[in-house]
Design a binder for this molecule. Structure first.
Ligand code: NAD
Length: 486
């Protein structure tokens, strides 16, 4: 490995790297080769305590700064992320295995977008004035929540660290962030850059570890809010633990989202949308439209074109900028995906293309498409979180809406049609938080992002995120004498 990936230390606390090798060692594996490229150590209880203490102490002064001052630091950090985009993209590729072609445009850049957006918003966060009768009035004060905990998944480590950190810090909170143990490197860089941009020590801290470190953060009484990106299973545990102390939560969880393609859709766009919604990041995207409902009249043409385009994917070394489909993140995730492919075949779906692991080092698998999938097959019900697309046939609009909504999940949904009215009508009927018409999977910072049903609680990005990282104090001001009954 030519790149210097070994982080300066495992944790970033109170403005500096911190090491404690008495924690459980965690090897960082480059998914493209299976090589160990770095070693970090899980946080011990003492390290967790140090991070929470730093965050609590720093929060008082951070909240006293004006929003404009806080925002200036976040915007400076955004500029640094953009200046160093190439190196950060290489690191993201080493952490996750995603092709450099993607990481150059989707990771540090989207993290920078969040820092810029919330940095810009920080100076204009306000309460309101509410006029009452008799001259009395109420004003509201927008207050930070306090110490917020961020817990990340492994698919977008830089982006998740910024999507949670930027609105939290803009509102005057401090953060302790625990990245996924599978991709621990990128978040340390985010912390380093934030501090280089002028962030006071203790405002953004990173501790490493597995689920138990996350759990110890969630249950700590110093913590006011927890924002998790992860699976539904973890979400249930974290939500329940947070509820025991009445903490605020944001839950960005899994999905099994429907992508509906009507006969009148533009064929190339629909195929492109299905590819974007299933194979970007080697299929490891929470909002993927993995149940592709295709109307009967366009099905044959759709499958033919889809097969041609999927088979044109350039699979290989993710550091090669021509490659557009890299390895999966880990041996474990690859095994899960292969298991689902076997189930798909066993349960009677038709394998259109792909299905096999590649005979090379690293965690490579072909992009896979199943047709003739029925609603009761495992591959149509369960989140795979790998590059496996299920194509399901439908006849009419009412039927497809009913089938699309027949899932416990509700993260995203999309429709391809040239009928404007139908596009809006179908989206209005979908039980999903993040929806698309004639495109799929774009997540600009300006738009709210998040799910309904089991896919989550709260929203990230947009002005909505501010509501999830602040609370209102309401102050009644009397302008006349007090009218007491006795
Ligand atoms: P995961 O649930 O296994 O882990 C997520 C994080 O939670 C990790 O950092 C893990 O260490 C931590 N964790 C595990 N148990 C915990 C506990 N008891 N208490 C506190 N923290 C704990 O998920 P993953 O495998 O890392 O990521 C894949 C999942 O994340 C998929 O379901 C995917 O859909 C979802 N995801 C959702 C979004 C979204 O924005 N909605 C984005 C990316 C991924």
């Amino acid at each position: 490995m030519n790149h210097n990936t070994q982080p300066k230390a495992s944790h970033f606390i109170n403005g500096a790297y911190v090491e404690d090798t008495s924690g459980t060692p965690i090897d960082v594996i480059y998914p493209a080769t299976g090589e160990v490229i770095a070693r970090i150590y899980a946080a011990t209880p003492a390290v967790v305590d140090q991070a929470l203490d730093a965050a609590r102490t720093a929060q008082v002064e951070w909240a006293k700064m004006s929003g404009t001052e806080r925002g200036r630091i976040l915007r400076r950090a955004a500029d640094l992320l953009r200046e160093r985009n190439y190196d950060l993209s290489v690191l993201e590729t080493l952490d996750t295995g995603k092709p450099l072609q993607e990481t150059l445009v989707a990771d540090a850049t989207s993290g920078a977008d969040a820092l810029e957006y919330f940095g810009g918003l920080a100076g204009s966060l306000t309460g309101e004035h509410i006029q009452l009768g008799g001259g009395d009035f109420v004003y509201t004060i927008r207050e930070p929540l306090g110490v917020c905990v961020g817990i990340g998944a492994w698919n977008y480590p830089t982006q998740i660290a910024c999507w949670k950190g930027a609105p939290a810090l803009a509102c005057g909170n401090t953060m302790v962030f625990k990245p996924s143990e599978t991709t621990p490197l990128c978040t340390l860089k985010v912390a380093e850059i934030l501090h280089e941009a002028g962030l006071p020590a203790g405002v953004y801290n990173v501790v490493q570890g597995m689920g138990e470190v996350g759990a110890s953060l969630v249950t700590d009484p110093r913590v006011a809010k927890v924002s998790l990106t992860g699976s539904v299973l973890t979400g249930k545990k974290v939500y329940a633990a947070a509820a025991a102390q009445m903490k605020h939560v944001t839950m960005e969880l899994g999905g099994k989202s429907p992508l509906i393609i009507f006969d009148d859709a533009d064929l190339e766009d629909a195929v492109g949308g299905a590819i974007l919604g299933n194979f970007y990041s080697t299929g490891q995207v929470c909002s993927n439209g993995t149940r592709v409902f295709v109307q009967k009249g366009i099905k044959t043409a759709f499958l033919k074109r889809l097969k041609e385009r999927v088979e044109a994917a350039i699979i290989g070394d993710p550091m090669d900028k021509a490659v557009n489909f890299g390895p999966m993140v880990s041996a474990a995730q690859l095994a899960i995906t292969l298991g689902y492919i076997n189930k798909g075949v066993e349960e009677g779906a038709t394998l259109v293309t792909g299905g096999a692991q590649l005979d090379r080092d690293g965690f490579y698998i072909q992009p896979t498409v199943f047709a003739d999938v029925s609603d009761d097959m495992s591959i149509a019900i369960e989140e795979i979180f790998g590059p496996v697309m299920s194509v399901l046939e439908f006849e009419d609009e009412a039927e497809v809406i009913r089938r699309a909504n027949a899932t416990e999940y509700g993260l995203a949904g999309g429709v391809f049609t040239s009928d404007l009215t139908r596009g809006h009508r179908v989206i209005a009927a979908l039980e999903a938080g993040s929806c698309y018409i004639n495109t799929y999977n774009l997540a600009p910072v300006e738009a709210p992002f998040g799910g309904v049903k089991m896919s989550g609680v709260g929203r990230e990005n947009s002005k909505q995120a501010v509501e999830h990282y602040s609370q209102m104090k309401s102050v009644y001001v009397a302008m006349g004498p007090v009218d007491a009954p006795f």
